[in-house]
Design a protein around this ligand. Structure first.
Ligand code: F6P
Ligand code: MN
Length: 345
């Protein structure tokens, strides 16, 4: 991109008629500024005293590392001076009210995938912004369609900000010397039909029928009903997988499975699935549980989990088509489920 467009100038250009335009811009800039400091800390890791050691367990039972808590503090501090009524963070049990009169609410995963840090694999910050309803806390229990903006930062070889804002998806990269994000791609569109899937295949024996049927169709390759040789990736880092899908397409699956604690999937609706679904849809892709569009779901509890299948239009549609024909049950016997319905027959 020839012209040097900073995040700030990009946000300034947003349509004057967009409701809460200035407030949304302030929140995005606050998160972006905190993410620049967090990128420094992550890059230095042990040199900055980040040990990667466990500090405890969060309210939802996930292991918390020292860096998770630092990231949470950094994001909160940044949001405190923005027009935010309440924050729901992965690291806290309940939403925290900041200013009941402020126009926006933010759900945030301050540092997703921190288990990857010791291996120097990309991690990220995921955020979801929605207009405050009459009752502040109830705002978080509206469907994902209520979001007015969302996005994520990837702390990898580059620090990348993916922003769903004003109905489209734009990508920025941190200029480390100038300490500002610069626009590198606008109006990103996800390739509609990339034969690539991402799933933690070590859980195959726990999957339910539709997911096993879909992956088996992919593995059958060009000779199978899918009619293509599929490639596979699994990074184990949601932000990195999501950026890959934006760049080259494919389907990501973290389904529900039969393991205790995974009956509703692994990823959290409010600060993982909802924001990623907004990014996917605004980039021309799609996101579903297999049976329902993610953006139409409302959370019942702050840290509710949900199956997440997202990415290229064709792949997500195929996964949903298989789900339609198979009952939602945890049946690990191949024959009856596969016999009842194939994907491309
Ligand atoms: O927050 C959850 C997360 O770290 C995601 O970034 C990632 O997609 C997933 O967990 C990996 O899960 P698993 O270790 O089960 O493959
Ligand atoms: Mn997370």
């Amino acid at each position: 991109m020839d012209e040097r467009v900073t995040l700030r100038s990009h946000l300034d250009r947003a349509g004057a008629k967009t409701p809460n335009r200035l407030a949304i811009a302030a929140v995005i800039e606050g998160i972006a500024a905190a993410s620049i400091d967090l990128a420094d800390l992550i890059a230095d890791g042990p040199l900055a005293g980040i040990t990667g050691r466990l500090s405890g367990v969060n309210s939802d039972g996930d292991a918390q590392k020292d860096i998770d808590l630092v990231a949470d503090r950094m994001m909160r501090r940044a949001l405190l001076v923005t027009p935010v009524a309440a924050i729901l963070s992965e690291e806290a049990e309940l939403p925290e009210i900041l200013d009941v009169a402020a126009p926006l609410c933010v759900a945030i995963d301050p540092l997703d995938g921190s288990a990857n840090l010791e291996n120097n694999i990309s991690v990220g910050t995921i955020f979801s912004i929605r207009p405050r309803g009459n009752d502040v806390v109830s705002t978080f229990f509206e469907p994902g369609t209520a979001q007015c903006a969302a996005g994520f930062v990837v702390y990898g070889p580059q620090t990348t900000l993916v922003l769903a804002h004003n109905g489209r998806v734009d990508i920025f990269i941190l200029d480390r010397r100038a300490r500002e994000f610069l626009l590198v791609a606008q109006g990103v569109r996800i390739a509609p039909n990339t034969p690539e899937f991402a799933i933690n295949a070590s859980n195959r024996r726990h999957w339910h029928g539709p997911v096993r049927a879909y992956i088996d169709e992919c593995l059958a390759g060009i000779g199978g009903n899918g009619g293509a040789d599929f490639n596979m990736r699994w990074i184990g880092s949601l932000v990195a997988e999501s950026l890959r899908i934006l760049v080259r397409g494919g389907v990501f699956l973290y389904p529900a499975d039969a393991r205790p604690g995974y009956r509703e999937g692994r990823l959290r609706l409010l600060y993982e699935a909802h924001p990623m679904a907004l990014v996917m849809e605004w980039a021309g892709g799609s996101a579903t549980t297999g049976r329902r569009r993610i953006l139409e779901l409302s959370a019942r509890t702050p840290h509710q989990r949900v199956p997440l299948i997202m990415g290229s239009m064709r792949g997500v549609r195929d996964v949903a088509a298989i789900h339609e024909g198979i009952e939602p049950m945890f049946d690990n016997s191949d024959a009856p489920l596969f016999a009842r319905r194939g994907l491309f027959r």
